[in-house]
Design a binder for this molecule. Structure first.
Ligand SMILES: Nc1ncnc2c1ncn2[C@@H]1O[C@H](COP(=O)(O)OP(=O)(O)O)[C@@H](O)[C@H]1O
Ligand SMILES: [Mg+2]
Length: 250
């Protein structure tokens, strides 16, 4: 079983876009995929299902539910989803922050699942939720980097924060892939950032996901890019990145 966390403490860098679209790509290649929404904003859940009050990540984190019981089938993506309900996940986060070793609960629950690939969509912070994802993500971390000037600074901050969590949790944390997102090849600055990132990321950089209107439209359509606009640059880019990530984790 491959378990990966999609993490970056910055919001708006395409963590959720990446989780849903990569998940759909892996599912299309015949893998049993489970997506886990760990962001109290519940963007992944809302995209895939609409709002829900079904039990999900909050109940798992508090030890009230088993993972397999809360997976919701999402046929349009070909995946199972462990959903988030905003208020409940915020309460769970607060409760966990006051408990010892609570960041281990998620990993224990996910290990029981029957899945080939588990992708965990992290919140834009480095608290106990992201710590839980890192403990659970035994195959490593995927870091999306929006191809903007501040992204390099963002990368340095993410890796420093990951290192800090790794030391605190006494865990090896592998960066499987750094994915340049929202890449606009017409902008000189975006090309420069990509070049600089290549130097910084020691071979973990994948091919970029280009800025693409169809990717931005997905949220209102409850579909992944591969079915919503199969001919778009977004669909091609995600297929390429999914293949690169697959090769690295097998
Ligand atoms: N390649 C892209 N092209 C255009 N819009 C994108 C692209 N990737 C993400 N977006 C848009 O950027 C916004 C932030 O993406 P999201 O996945 O929610 O980021 P995060 O989860 O890191 O906060 C969303 O509106 C999303 O639709
Ligand atoms: Mg998100």
């Amino acid at each position: 079983m491959v378990t990966l966390a999609i993490a970056n403490q910055k919001g708006g860098v395409a963590k959720t876009n990446l989780t849903g679209n990569l998940g759909a790509e892996f599912a299309a290649s015949g893998k049993r995929v489970v997506l886990v929404d760990l962001d109290p904003q519940a963007t992944l859940t809302t995209w895939i299902l609409g709002r829900t009050i079904a039990p999900g990540t909050a109940e798992i984190l508090l030890g009230e539910e088993e993972g397999a019981r809360v997976i919701i089938d999402a046929p349009a993506f070909g995946v199972g989803l462990i959903p988030a309900v905003p208020d409940r996940l915020r309460i769970a986060e607060r409760t966990m922050s006051a408990q010892v070793a609570s960041e281990r609960t998620l990993g224990k629950a996910l290990r029981q699942l029957e899945a080939d690939v588990i992708l965990i969509d992290c919140p834009p912070s480095m608290g106990v939720l992201t710590a839980s994802a890192l403990v659970a993500a035994t195959s490593g971390v995927i870091i999306p980097l929006a191809a903007a000037p501040e992204a390099l600074d963002g990368y340095v901050q993410v890796t420093a924060n990951l290192q800090r969590l790794r030391d605190a949790l006494d865990l090896p944390i592998t960066i499987v892939a750094v994915v340049p997102t929202r890449f606009d090849h017409r902008l000189r600055i975006a090309r420069d950032v990509l070049e600089a990132a290549r130097g910084l990321c020691n071979g973990t950089l994948t091919s970029p996901i280009r800025e693409n209107v169809a990717l931005r439209e997905l949220f209102g359509h409850r579909q992944p890019i591969r079915t919503y606009r199969p001919d778009s640059s977004g669909a091609a880019d995600y297929a390429a990145v999914a293949a690169e990530v697959s090769q690295r984790v097998h």
